[in-house]
Every structure is written in structure tokens, then in C-alpha cells.
Write a protein that binds this ligand. Structure first.
Ligand code: NAD
Ligand code: TDX
Length: 335
């Protein structure tokens, strides 16, 4: 099977490539990534020389750069590439629309023209908006995105749906809750707080810290996407989540306790604009129809993640000071 993975140098994409190559010996993967600030090929260093793996630096809005890859004949596309950080989308919405909406449409159009086998679009629970104290997001919950990030992801979801309905493209959409684990860029809650705590710096908690997220260890997201790719019914949406609801304060306190740091490092700061209060996922469809079960419970997953960041402080340092970029610019030309 020849698989095109977009955004494979990012957090979830790189975990997914490791997961798939570790599992299937008859698979070849082309990783297309523009290497934005969030893309880091060091995440993939251990498989860099594998005959099953090829990297192509390209922007997903660049049709001319992508076309030869589709022309080779692809069995499937698994589409991760996106601008992914809500806070950045509040500051700079345009690039979110360009990459997430136009980039997705560019890929869909090529998949249609070249008869690509299946298009798996990796989306997010944030397209459903926010929940009150009760209830869960199901696949039939109406889309009600609140941030420019989630609106751009919802736009891309609707294009995927339209390519299925209009042109009969074989597609699936996955909508997962918040991921955590190795290789996550330290702008996101868990690695950011870990980094601050390890350096005895203040941990900036937005608002009252009582917003709730539903956490899933990244490998469990990868196993779900693998199942959807192989067994998902075309046109179907699959929610993915592990029913691990925690307030941000609970997450931060666990990190401090595990690192043996004082709670006095917690600093309440101005709230995020349009901050969604609560996310919680009903994942019954993927569990019942495809037999997915997550392997990691939150308590052991978070401890494993903390151990990884402690053992990989150089990775965090390189990401923060941008030193990995010099390597790319020598090897692939500056962006
Ligand atoms: P990330 O920001 O860590 O990685 C994104 C990757 O996409 C980077 O390697 C970046 O270089 C690449 N990219 C960005 N713009 C590009 C462009 N125009 N062309 C080509 N490549 C480009 O993101 P992530 O957290 O790994 O998320 C991956 C996907 O999963 C996203 O689509 C996101 O919406 C979705 N998702 C993320 C989470 C989460 O908790 N992180 C949860 C659910 C869904
Ligand atoms: O410094 C912080 N302080 C803080 O209180 C940061 C970075 C975040 N927060 C809060 C905001 C959220 O309530 O923590 C929560 C999690 O924030 P993020 O890590 O930015 O994630 P979130 O906004 O929930 O979105 C994430 O999950 C869904 C990913 O970034 C998205 O790509 C994914 O679609």
C-alpha cells in the first residue's frame, strides 16, 4: 500500500508514521510537509533512511508540487497538515483559512482527478463548539465552531463531505479530542506547562482554569486512524476520544506533582478570547462499529509523557530556540 501522509513532521503526524511503519512491512509512506514552525523532521530521524519512507517538502496549497505524487498512484491519503493552534488563529486567522481550507481542497481535487483510493481527513472535536456541564459530542452534533481555527477545520470537513457527495470520492472524517504525548509543540497546554515547570517559571492558566478538555494519548489516536483507514465506511464521520475529562487546573496540578514542583508556580492570566468551556467525546461509533479501544489510561499516559519530556529536554530546547530550522534550510532550502 502506498500512503500519502500530509503534515507528517508535526506532532500527531510523526507519531502516526512511527506507528504505521512499526506495524506494517508492506506499506510505503510519502510524507508531505511544508515544515512550518510546527514541523520538525527530528521527530522522524530514526526512520529517515527506511526504504518504506520518503519525505517531500511541499505546501499543501501548491498544486504543482503535489501533482507528481498523485500521478504516481496512491492507495490513500491521510491528511494531518494544518495550522493547529487556537491562540495563533486568534492572532492571525488568514493562514488558517489558506492552509486548512484551501490546502484541503487542493488535496481533494488531486485525489479526485487521480482516483486516489481513500481520503482520511483528520479533524477535531472543536468543530462542534462548546458543551455545558452535561452531554457529549456525537457525530450528529451540529457544527458550531467558535475560533478561527475550528471554523477553518469545519470548512475543510464540509469540503470533504462535498467531494464525497458530489464526486463520490471515498472519504472518512475523524474528529478527535485533545491529544498529548511525545513530540507535541510546546505552545500546547501540556508541553508548555511541563517546560515552564521544569525551568521553575510561572505556569500561565487562562481564565479560571476550569475549562474542560477530554484527553487522549496520541498513540490511541493513531490506532483509531489506522482502523478508519482500513475499515471505515466511506462518507462516515468517526469521533475519537477516551472519556478522560479534566479541568486545565487538574492537568497542571498533576504535572507539578509529578515533577515535585510547588503549586505557587500556577499563575492565572487573561482568558483566551471565545474560550470553549468544555469538550467531551462520545466515541461509541468507532468502538462499536470498528472495534477501537484505547490502550492508555490518562494517569499512566500522562506519567509516560512527563518522563519523555524530562528525558528529551534537548528536543524541547531545539524546538524553542529554532535550531532545527538551520538544518532544514541547508538540506531543503529556506522557507
Ligand atoms: P502540528 O501543528 O503539530 O503539525 C502540523 C504539521 O502540518 C506540521 O508539521 C506543519 O509543518 C504542517 N503544515 C502546516 N501547514 C502546512 C502547509 N500549508 N502545507 C504542508 N504542511 C503544513 O499539529 P498536530 O497537533 O499534529 O495536528 C495534526 C492534525 O490533527 C491537525 O489537522 C489538527 O487539526 C488535528 N487534531 C489535532 C489535535 C491535537 O490535540 N493536537 C486533536 C484533534 C485533531
Ligand atoms: O498556556 C496555556 N494556558 C491554558 O490555560 C495554553 C497553551 C492553554 N491553556 C488552556 C486553553 C485550553 O482550555 O488549556 C486548554 C488546552 O489548550 P491547547 O493546548 O491550546 O488546546 P485546545 O485549544 O483545546 O486545542 C487542541 O485540541 C484540539 C489542539 O491545539 C487542536 O489542534 C485540536 O484540534
Amino acid at each position: 500500500m502506498k500512503l500519502l501522509v500530509t503534515g507528517g513532521a508535526g506532532f500527531i503526524g510523526s507519531n502516526y508514521i512511527h506507528y504505521m511503519l512499526g506495524r506494517y512491512s508492506d506499506l510505503s509512506i510519502i510524507n508531505v510537509d511544508a515544515l512550518t514552525y510546527a514541523g520538525n523532521l527530528h521527530n522522524l530521524q530514526s526512520i529517515d533512511q527506511s526504504e518504506q519512507y520518503r519525505f517531500v517538502r511541499a505546501d499543501i496549497t501548491d498544486r504543482a508540487a503535489l501533482e507528481p505524487l498523485f500521478a504516481e498512484g496512491l492507495d490513500a491519503v491521510v491528511h494531518f497538515a494544518a495550522e493547529s493552534h487556537v491562540d495563533r488563529s486568534i492572532e492571525q486567522p488568514e493562514v488558517f483559512v489558506r492552509t486548512n481550507v484551501l490546502g484541503t481542497q487542493t488535496l481533494l481535487e488531486l485525489a479526485r482527478q487521480y482516483g486516489t483510493g481513500k481520503f482520511v481527513h483528520v479533524s477535531t472535536d472543536e468543530v462542534y463548539g462548546t458543551l455545558g456541564e452535561e452531554g457529549l459530542f456525537s457525530e450528529t452534533t451540529p457544527l458550531a465552531p467558535n475560533s478561527p481555527y475550528s471554523a477553518s477545520k469545519a470548512g475543510s470537513d464540509l469540503l470533504v463531505r462535498a467531494y464525497h457527495e458530489t464526486y463520490g470520492l471515498t472519504v472518512n472524517i475523524t474528529r478527535c479530542s485533545n491529544n498529548y504525548g511525545p513530540y507535541q509543540f510546546p505552545e500546547k497546554l501540556i508541553p508548555r506547562m511541563l517546560q515552564q515547570a521544569m525551568e521553575d517559571k510561572p505556569l500561565p492558566v487562562y481564565g479560571d482554569g476550569l475549562n474542560i478538555r477530554d484527553w487522549l494519548y496520541v498513540e490511541d489516536h493513531c490506532s483509531a486512524i489506522d482502523l478508519v483507514l482500513r475499515k471505515g465506511k466511506s462518507g462516515e464521520v468517526y469521533n475519537i476520544g477516551g472519556r478522560n475529562e479534566r479541568t486545565n487546573l487538574q492537568v497542571v496540578r498533576t504535572i507539578l506533582a509529578e515533577l515535585g514542583k510547588p503549586e505557587s508556580l500556577i499563575t492565572f492570566v487573561e482568558d483566551r478570547l471565545g474560550h470553549d468551556r468544555r469538550y467531551a467525546i462520545d466515541a461509541d461509533r468507532i468502538r462499536n462499529e470498528l472495534g477501537w479501544t484505547p490502550k492508555h489510561d490518562y494517569e499512566s499516559g500522562i506519567r509516560e509523557t512527563i518522563r519523555w519530556y524530562k528525558a528529551n529536554r534537548q528536543w524541547l530546547k531545539d524546538v524553542r530556540d529554532g535550531s532545527y530550522r538551520a538544518y532544514y534550510d541547508t538540506r531543503y532550502g529556506s522557507s
